[in-house]
Design a protein around this ligand. Structure first.
Ligand code: GUN
Length: 286
């Protein structure tokens, strides 16, 4: 059997068109949704991600800026940049690209972002709201996965979803979003004893461990849905996911490719969260 490939680019284009209608409505009523990305240092991968985020905003007619700070920026200077954006009425969404250089406390910086502008959904207020199923800003990558499953017509309710990875950015919010849709959820890590026993039982398997080709065909249930959140470079410098695509596609029922799978969805949901932030903030000011 060969799995059906879930085309993230096509779904992302469809979802962006839906959000463009909402963005256009706001623009017509005098509010152009605005997003600011802060990037600290020169990590090449982060620079590519940030450029793609700014480009996606521009494509939808959103206002966007990126604030570049040197790798040796002090915490005070970074917090000051966040505070200026908190107070900037043209900015509705603020994102601090992670990871930050080691000398900076990411938690402290995230907590400094106005939760109403926290389009990453990383602030404790929004993480807490995610736990109760109320967050206005679901974190972009797991949110993108949920939309992708929905648009592909995959039923979640009652299914066994196994999330491999427990990061704050993907694994934990992913598990909560699946639970909210009545999946039976197992969270594993790269250290889980007999990991394959769990992954082989997954109707929906989400790989978010950050290790190239970590999930192989023998670890997957026949006919299952395999979502690859990983973005890694292999020994030859090629972009690969956490899933060994060649072996898994022979077993799974659905699979997402890397690149062209979850990546375009993440950026799309950032745009969606920025439009939603602008809707909420402008409703408050009228
Ligand atoms: N680094 C990798 N993914 C993300 C993300 O979704 N948001 C931020 N801010 N940084 C990231």
């Amino acid at each position: 059997m060969t799995a059906l490939i879930i085309d993230g680019k096509t779904i992302a284009a469809e979802v962006r068109a839906e959000w463009k209608v909402r963005a256009d409505h706001l623009i017509a009523h005098g509010t152009t949704p605005g997003m600011a990305v802060i990037i600290v240092g020169n990590d090449p991968a982060s620079k590519v991600y940030v450029a793609n985020k700014v480009k996606a905003c521009a494509e939808l007619g959103l206002y966007s800026i990126h604030v570049e700070l040197a790798a040796d920026t002090t915490e005070a200077a970074l917090l000051d940049a966040v505070e200026r954006l908190n107070n900037d009425p043209k900015i509705h969404g603020i994102l601090v690209q992670l990871p930050l250089p080691r000398h900076l406390d990411a938690h402290k910086v995230i907590e400094a972002i106005n939760p109403d502008k926290d389009v990453d959904g990383f602030h404790e207020k929004n993480v807490g709201a995610l736990v109760t199923g109320q967050t206005p800003f679901p974190s972009c990558t797991p949110y993108g996965v949920m939309v992708m499953l929905e648009k592909t017509g995959i039923n979640i309710e009652g299914k066994h979803a196994v999330v491999v990875g427990r990061s704050n950015i993907v694994g934990k919010p992913m598990a909560l979003m699946l639970l909210q849709k009545n999946a039976t959820v197992t969270i594993c890590t790269s250290k889980t004893v007999d990991l394959a026993k769990h992954t082989r039982d997954a109707d929906i398997l989400i790989a978010a461990v950050g290790r190239a080709n970590f999930i192989t065909g023998d670890m997957v249930k026949p006919g299952s849905v395999v979502i690859d959140v990983g973005i890694n470079r292999n020994a030859e410098g090629k972009l690969v996911g956490d899933v060994d695509f060649a072996s898994v596609k022979e077993v799974a029922g659905y699979i997402t490719p890397v690149p062209g799978g979850v990546g375009p969805m993440t950026i799309t949901m950032l745009v969606a969260n920025t439009v939603r932030a602008a809707e909420r903030l402008s409703a408050r000011n009228t």
